[in-house]
Design a protein around this ligand. Structure first.
Ligand SMILES: Nc1nc2c(ncn2[C@@H]2O[C@H](COP(=O)(O)OP(=O)(O)OP(=O)(O)O)[C@@H](O)[C@H]2O)c(=O)[nH]1
Ligand SMILES: [Mg+2]
Length: 448
């Protein structure tokens, strides 16, 4: 048990502001004793059965602070794994602070951000992916993000990582048996079987890595950037997609000079729409900065909505090519006669003012994004940290594979496989090596 684990922590677990109820939470070895010092009721906190609620009063000396419901969750059957007390008080900012302060004066210390979940992890209640899912769950803004976070919290990602670890451990254990018996070279057919097992592991890593993009989209949404020449109707399109007049629309070219970002929820996916400053040659410093921002937004876009005025000739934008990025060309102002430049162009015709051609546009946007690199049915999706660990693991596996092909001694292969195992373990916060030894002795009869 680390030093900080011996401390009892207290925090207001509900957001600051007025509400019917607020929650003050205590965790640690003294949680119940602290509660006994501030709680007055028919039954003391220490007399309560675990997970039952008791009505009573929070007092300091003779002073009544609030009437509350209090519940005790005894270790290890609690969120953090140690004794937890939850106090539901009235949800005023001041009264909640008073209840919390009373707990601090009675012996608890203020909890750091995330400390309850950190303890849950350190006590083995959650793996790291589950701890991260708690944050994702709280931050989720769309159904898909929520589903993904819930599944991660249930441990689906953790399970896949654990299976990957087990496969690696068994492979390493097998390999290290040859190290312990140096007379026995790895037979060619064993080497072949090894490579097949390693390739299977690599495949699993690659499959998980492929969900990184999906994970980012679940967590952050899809970045959709509207760009085009000045006056093409970009701000009009943003307003149409949002359903309210967010950006200024004017017949004067150069109306929008800054990027404007808004989020819409489209079938459970957060679309981060960005309206940008129109592109044209301009000597105006503010407009130039606006166009530089347009360029930066384009560089980060998942999908570009390239809007043109179909009533005008094809524009030329120098240096604004978006190589390789998903783009949807939209011909706006289709209520006006079409310029001959667009005759052979089979892009979607829309009119923001006459509201034409907009039905189905959202679906087309989703299809464009999903068709590219997105697979909604699987909600297991890794985050940037997992991605970093798995990339390192995959690289280590690649080195091991190369060593295997070159018939290097098993020690060389083992070093890389252990590096891979360590990196995989980091995903769930489990990186110690004892497991290999356990598996080595358990699955191989070393005493032969
Ligand atoms: N006829 C017609 N006019 C449109 C249409 N869409 C936009 N407009 C008009 O075109 C002008 C420019 O529209 P904006 O939405 O401000 O264009 P923008 O691309 O944001 O322009 P900048 O911000 O200056 O780059 C306004 O007068 C709009 O009313 C359309 O579909 N048809
Ligand atoms: Mg505009």
């Amino acid at each position: 048990m680390t030093e900080s684990f011996k401390e009892t922590i207290a925090a207001v677990s509900t957001p600051s502001g007025e509400g019917a109820i607020a929650l003050v939470r205590l965790a640690g070895p003294e949680a119940i004793a602290v509660a006994d010092r501030v709680f007055r009721a028919k039954q003391k906190a220490s007399e309560l059965a675990s997970h039952f609620q008791q009505f009573g009063e929070i007092v300091e000396g003779d002073r009544l602070i609030d009437q509350v419901m209090l519940s005790v969750h005894r270790a290890p059957a609690s969120y953090t794994g140690d004794d937890v007390v939850e106090i539901s008080c009235h949800g005023g900012v001041l009264v909640t602070a008073r209840v919390w302060e009373a707990c601090l004066r009675a012996g608890a210390r203020a909890a750091r951000p995330g400390e309850f979940t950190e303890r849950a992890f350190l006590n083995g209640k959650l793996d790291l992916t589950q701890a991260e899912a708690v944050i994702d769950l709280i931050r989720a803004q769309t159904d898909l993000a929520l589903r993904s976070a819930t599944e991660q919290l249930e441990g689906r990602l953790g399970e896949r990582i654990s299976r990957l670890r087990e496969d690696l451990i068994s492979l390493i254990a097998h390999l290290e048996a040859y190290i312990d018996f140096p007379d026995e070279d790895i037979e060619p057919d064993v080497g072949e079987a090894f490579r097949a097992r390693l390739d299977k592991i690599r495949g699993q890593m690659e499959a998980l890595l492929a969900t990184a993009e999906q994970g980012r989209i679940f967590r952050e949404g899809v970045r959709v950037v509207i760009y085009g020449a000045t006056n093409a109707g970009k701000s009009s399109l943003l307003n149409r997609l949002l359903g309210f007049p967010r950006a200024i629309v004017n017949e004067m070219p150069g109306t929008t000079r800054d990027t404007i970002e808004e989020v819409v929820n489209l079938r459970g996916v957060a679309l981060r729409l960005t309206d940008t400053a129109g592109l044209r040659a301009s000597a105006d410093a503010v407009e130039q900065e606006g166009m530089a921002r347009t360029e930066r937004s384009l560089a980060q876009a998942d999908l570009v909505l390239h809007l043109v005025d179909a009533n005008a000739a094809k524009p030329e934008y120098a240096g604004m090519e978006n190589a390789g990025r998903a783009e949807l060309l939209l011909l706006n102002k289709s209520d006006l006669p079409e310029h001959s430049d667009w005759k052979t162009c089979d892009a979607r015709r829309i009119s923001c003012t006459a509201e034409k051609g907009l039905e189905g546009l959202e679906e087309q946007i989703l299809a464009k994004v999903s068709g590219q690199r997105w697979d909604i049915p699987s909600a297991v999706a890794i985050n940037a940290r997992h991605c970093d660990c798995l990339r390192r693991a995959l690289e280590a596996c690649d080195r091991a594979r190369a060593a295997l092909l070159e018939n290097l001694p098993p020690e060389f292969i083992s070093v890389d496989l252990r590096a891979a195992l360590h990196a995989v373990g980091e995903v769930i916060g489990q990186a110690d090596m004892e497991d290999i030894l356990d598996a080595l002795f358990a699955t191989f009869c070393i005493g032969k």
